[in-house]
Ligand binder design. Structure first.
Ligand code: NAI
Ligand code: MG
Length: 491
């Protein structure tokens, strides 16, 4: 480990995964091409791991948990390691942000914002792990009963491609703060930043075998990891279908899971809302990261008296949005891969063919490479709330807009999908703010604002098909540990 000490680390190279503190190739020697979505060109490669590689990494994490210092170290010492990792990420921030943008196609400012949020995760969990403690419980005469919060053991983290740095930090920060060891499997489309973070974790003094990164396809490495008998807990962010597969694999060993499975999050705009304040927030909530955000605000529900005004304001903004290469730092970048672009373009085409009115479309920059995976933003109006485009997660820059009459209908429509991750409520009426926030089935509700991205302190997770378990904030520390009760008989 010496290469990463320089300020600029080569991006165009064969990357190795980090297992037991060492950079290693896949046991088979097979590799996956790393593509920049901005031009569709290969610039690096990662190991294509299979079950044997996963077994090697899980056994390293198992040994580090069972025999190593990590789980027995005072929480404050573990916290200092995470704090040093936060400082190293800050030091290498420019490099990490540029790498993330190139690997995922996101505009450079979004790559930078992701680094800032990532730093904040390690900073928060670096300071939080030693503030978690158990209880003493009044019990029978002659007894003392107390609880400890103990780590699960080996945590498997299966990470998606939309916010690779941030979601890895969300998992690793909480898991490591509680004394677990980790095997992370980043997405095959965006693994480079995870490899760099695992390298920096070693430099921060996190012992070998504690922070492992195994790269490879979901159906090979991901499946082997979620069903490995030496894994104690599985956490996943991604699609509901893959979430089901991972839960089934973990169920073979009866292991606990945290699932964050996306959403179809509503933003409810009442007639009394400050519409000028709402408009840019409504646009950003679906355009950020090209709409490839689990918490994207993909449905806007507008009270009928202001529907035309909101529709016109959104249409004006949508028509000016431009997608282009990450270095150009436009409103949005490319989508992650050709499959995702085809999925989004296909859903748009089906909705258009069904006669759903297109209120506005953005554009793709004229000089954007033909070989990149670009999708112009689309605003659909007067959408039937039951239409596929208003029910299914698109995971692209596609916004559906429809009117409602009164608070009761607003809540029914907001709750009228299988998902329940985030919601936005726009109104100046204080009593209504409280009523609606309580009646909406979502893990986070924002009143006169929107955005799950910041707020590392704020518990996050879904109801219904959006998943279960809570991440971020102190809640993640409970998810990443289990209560042990100890009873002393001194009667
Ligand atoms: P995915 O959910 O299949 O992939 C996410 C992660 O799961 C990747 O690391 C992948 O390698 C892994 N994986 C895939 N199959 C697996 C399996 N059988 N066992 C274990 N791990 C497995 O998502 P995909 O196919 O890349 O994208 C499809 C759709 O999923 C998107 O259009 C979007 O709707 C949704 N999605 C939602 C995300 C969110 O943040 N909620 C993130 C990524 C995708
Ligand atoms: Mg890539």
């Amino acid at each position: 480990m010496g290469a990463h000490l320089s300020t600029t680390v080569a991006q165009d190279r064969a990357f190795m995964q980090i297992v037991d503190g060492k950079p290693v190739d896949s046991l088979s020697g097979e590799r996956i091409d790393v593509v920049s979505p901005s031009d569709g060109k290969v610039f690096a490669s990662i190991p294509a791991s299979g079950a044997a590689d996963v077994d090697r990494a899980v056994k390293a994490a198992r040994r580090a948990f069972d025999d190593g210092p990590w789980s027995r170290m005072p929480a404050v010492e573990r916290g200092r390691c995470l704090t040093r990792l936060f400082q190293l990420i800050e030091k290498h921030g420019a490099e990490l942000g540029a790498l993330e943008s190139r690997d995922t196609g996101k505009p450079v400012r979004q790559g930078k914002a992701d680094v800032v949020a990532t730093m904040r995760y390690y900073e928060f969990y670096g300071g939080a792990g030693d503030k978690i403690h158990g209880d003493t419980i009044p019990f029978l005469e002659g007894y003392t009963a107390l609880t400890l919060r103990e780590p699960h053991g080996v945590v498997a983290g299966i990470i998606p491609w939309n916010y690779p740095l941030q979601i890895l930090a969300r998992v690793a920060g909480a898991a490591l703060a509680m004394g677990n060891t980790l095997v992370a499997k980043p997405a095959e489309d965006a693994s480079l930043s995870a490899i760099r973070i695992a390298e920096l974790a070693l430099e921060a003094g996190i012992p070998e075998g504690v922070f492992n990164v195994v790269t490879g396809y979901g159906r090979a490495a991901g499946a082997a990891l979620s069903g490995h008998p030496l894994v104690d807990y599985v956490t996943f962010t991604g699609s509901p279908l893959t979430g089901t597969a991972i839960q089934q694999a973990a169920a073979v060993n009866n292991r606990g899971v945290t699932m964050e499975l996306g959403g179809k999050s509503p933003q409810i705009v009442f007639a009394d809302a400050d519409i000028d304040a709402a408009l840019p927030v409504l646009v950003n909530a679906i355009i950020q990261n090209g709409g490839q955000t689990c918490s994207a605000g993909s449905r806007v529900l507008v009270e009928r008296p202001v529907y035309d005004k909101v529709a016109a304001g959104l249409a004006e903004r949508f028509s000016k949005l431009v997608a282009g290469p990450h270095e150009a730092d436009l409103d949005l970048g490319a989508l992650i891969n050709s499959k995702q672009r085809e999925r989004v373009a296909g859903m748009v085409a089906v909705a258009e063919e069904a006669g759903i009115p297109v209120l506005a479309k953005g554009s793709v920059a004229a000089d954007a490479p033909e070989s990149g995976y670009y999708q112009a933003p689309v605003l659909f109006g007067s959408v039937d709330p039951e239409a596929v485009i208003a029910q299914d997660e698109v995971f692209g820059p596609v916004l559906t807009l429809f009117p409602f009459d009164g608070e009761q209908e607003a809540v029914a429509l907001a709750n009228g999908t299988e998902f329940g991750l985030v919601a936005g409520v726009w109104t100046k009426d204080g009593a209504r703010q409280h009523r609606v926030a309580k009646r909406v089935r979502a893990g986070q509700v924002f009143v006169n604002g929107y955005g799950a991205g910041g707020g590392i302190e704020l518990p996050f997770g879904g109801f219904k098909k959006s998943g279960h378990g809570r991440e971020k904030g102190f809640e993640a520390l409970y998810d990443m540990s289990a209560t042990k009760t100890i009873v002393f008989n001194h009667g």
